[in-house]
Write a protein of this length. Structure first.
Length: 107
């Protein structure tokens, strides 16, 4: 087994791990997580605001706080998801292929 063969294997493994890392980074992009959570919670709070009773609105001095907070959360969550769609993370740089090195002739 030559050194160049093992170096090539190590380089291939590093390249494969970098590709997996970039894929995981895209999957767990913080904008996706924050946007998704705000949209889900925004829907829940908006529904709670739509079905609020007059007593609940009177507790908040006549403002349907659940409705307004839910709509705000929806807008913020959709903003994060739109931001993710319009400006995705940069793709990984292509792997640099090294030219095979020629051995110097022995004298």
């Amino acid at each position: 087994m030559s050194d160049s063969y093992s170096d090539k294997n190590v380089q291939d493994e590093v390249t494969e791990l970098e590709t997996k890392s970039v894929t995981a980074a895209r999957l767990f992009d913080i904008r996706r997580i924050i946007g998704g959570l705000f949209v889900v919670y925004g829907v829940i709070v908006t529904i709670a605001g739509l079905v609020a009773s007059d007593d609940e609105i009177d507790k908040a001095q006549g403002v349907n706080i659940n409705l307004w907070t839910g709509l705000g959360m929806l807008v913020l969550g959709l903003f994060f998801l739109a931001w993710l769609k319009l400006r995705p993370t940069a793709p990984p740089p292509p792997p640099v292929e090294e030219a095979p090195q020629e051995k110097a002739p022995k004298e």
